[in-house]
Design a protein around this ligand. Structure first.
Ligand code: AAO
Length: 497
């Protein structure tokens, strides 16, 4: 379950949060395919509760397993999967199997009624016997209080969400049917929401009944790619290694350590051996990110610490390191605009859903000639610094990190074999001379003139941004001013004049 089934050397996933399927299909053909992205994570696709104000998190409150949300219906979903696979881009669906809705009642996005108090979900159907209750959950109010306690975390309710009894054959079968339906349509895999709150053995049993991937798009006997949301930072919480035999885990320590370094709480020079030596799971078990749909609003981690699109320079630099370093499968968050208002360390608009018209329909994405999107959509995955680092990673392939250099503080540089080279400068102390990165360095690159793909593209054999000359020994003068628009430069053999 840990092979993402990327095509060729592609290696990066982007989460197009809340996008409509027709738009994602367009994006696969016009941008993601041509620019070398490997896959898209789509927001939960199944029917969910319609909540007041239409917060983004209503998609995490399932009402049935019908494919029908504001992103589109089953027909639109199928069309997207076809188009993206044909463009060389895989689709991964965010699946919410741990629970159904909170303790309210109402209508779902495909018209089914639900009642969270009575635990009635006729759209599946699920009834009260399909949920954990006092026989299995030890807390008085059936809520999780201690996240480190396995029984509580897995048999009680996560923030009030009705907790499915996945020990039940009936519940398992409904979920197996849903996943097989998605597999047959042609998806490549799943993000498993709230895995920590589900028993590994139940998940194992569900996965053992999954079909092989659709061989219209995948080779025979391919298993779905599954990556687990397990928030583990060490200590006596539920260890994410309980899930590594069930696919990959989202390595939250990656985000936390990198964010900490890029916020200058720890020196960049220490990144030299970043990975398992820092306590992270082996690269082959990890999926990594800088930002996510939760982190951006502080629903996990900490607002002010997490790096989101409102700190673009920092986000780009941290993302560049993620894409240049050879660890895990990186996922790039692509968000929509919301009015961030921070009060007492909390974003009071952390609930705001995707941009819509006055009827509540999600707005379409319309790319501008300069590659950005209509202002409602941030489209981080289309920022030059980010899409060109996706290309960097594609070109670096499996080449090792070589030619590490650091100034003993917050300036670093390294190459990926003799194919690509990056230098990052986050130096904050010292005089201007110390703060600028100005150094003759070994780039590992063959001699020639290279464009810095961060400050501009190579167009008609000319660099639109900065460039360097690499001599016959691989040396070059590298410059990153401390006050430049971007905190890093990057060169690779695909952008040589
Ligand atoms: C909504 C309302 C609730 C209401 C509920 C039911 O907001 O007020 O009670 O409906 O009516 C999303 C939203 C929720 C929303 C939910 C359903 O984020 O606000 O609830 O949809 O609409 C835990 C879980 C993790 C989960 C995360 C948000 O373990 O699985 O909380 N993430 C996923 C999704 C997320 C989604 C759901 C799950 C539910 O990505 O979008 O919720 O489908 C500790 C725990 C973690 C815990 C975090 C965050 O982490 O260990 O397990 O994650 O707290 O609460 C330190 C600690 C570390 C701690 C960390 C972060 O470093 O060491 O342990 O800080 O605080």
């Amino acid at each position: 379950f840990s092979n993402p089934h990327f095509i060729g050397n592609r290696s990066v996933i982007t989460h197009l949060m809340e996008w409509k399927y027709d738009d994602i299909g367009d994006e696969c053909e016009r941008f993601l395919g041509p620019y070398g992205y490997g896959g898209v994570q789509v927001s939960p696709v199944n029917e969910h509760a319609i909540m007041d104000g239409r917060p983004w998190y209503e998609r995490y409150q399932p009402v049935s397993y019908d494919i029908h949300t504001r992103s589109g219906d089953e027909q639109q979903f199928r069309r997207m999967v076809q188009r993206c696979n044909k463009a060389g881009v895989r689709i991964y669906v965010d699946i919410v199997l741990n629970h159904m809705t909170g303790g309210q009642s109402g209508l779902g996005t495909n018209g089914h009624h639900y009642d969270g108090v009575a635990m009635q979900y006729p759209g599946v159907p699920f009834g009260p016997n399909d949920f954990h209750g006092h026989e299995t959950c030890p807390t008085n109010d059936l809520e999780i209080h201690n996240y480190s306690n396995r029984i509580e975390a897995r048999n009680c309710r996560l923030v009030g969400l009705r907790d499915l009894k996945q020990q039940s054959e009936y519940v398992k079968q409904k979920q197996v049917d849903f996943l097989n339906h998605l597999i047959d349509i042609g998806v490549a895999g799943f993000r498993s929401d709230a895995s920590t709150h589900q028993w590994p053995d139940d998940l194992r049993s569900i996965y053992s009944r999954l079909h092989n991937l659709n061989n219209e798009f995948f080779t025979e006997n391919s298993h779905p790619f599954i990556y687990h949301e397990t928030i583990y930072y060490g200590g006596n919480g539920i260890n994410s290694n309980e899930y590594t035999s069930l696919g990959r885990i989202i390595e939250f320590r990656f985000y936390k350590e990198i964010t900490n370094v890029f916020r200058n709480n720890n020196q960049l020079r220490w990144l030299r051996n970043f990975g398992t030596e820092w306590g992270l799971v082996p690269s082959g078990d990890a999926l990594v990110m800088i930002d996510s749909h939760d982190l951006r609003v502080g629903h996990t981690g900490q607002l002010g610490f997490n790096i989101n699109c409102f700190e673009a320079r920092l986000l780009k630099a941290a993302t560049a390191f993620m894409l240049a370093w050879n660890y895990g499968i990186p996922r790039v968050m692509s968000s929509y605009f919301w009015d961030q208002i921070i009060r007492d360390g909390k974003d009071v608009n952390d609930w705001v859903g995707p941009p819509t018209d006055q009827h509540g329909n999600i707005l379409s994405v319309h790319p501008n000639p300069d590659m950005t999107c209509n202002h409602e959509w941030i489209c981080e995955h289309r920022w030059r610094e980010i899409y060109n680092m996706v290309k960097f990673k594609l070109i670096a392939g499996q080449e090792p990190v070589n030619n590490w250099w650091d100034n003993g503080d917050n300036q670093i540089a390294f190459s990926r074999g003799n194919r690509a080279f990056i230098a990052i400068n986050l130096q904050k102390n010292g005089n201007d001379h110390d703060k600028n990165l100005q150094k003759r360095l070994q780039t590992g690159l063959p001699p020639g003139i290279y464009c810095d793909i961060i400050s501009g593209n190579l167009i008609n054999n000319r660099c639109m941004g900065k460039s360097i000359q690499v001599d016959k020994n691989g040396l070059s003068d590298i410059y990153v001013g401390y006050d430049e628009f971007d905190a890093f430069v990057a060169y690779h053999i695909g952008a040589r004049v």
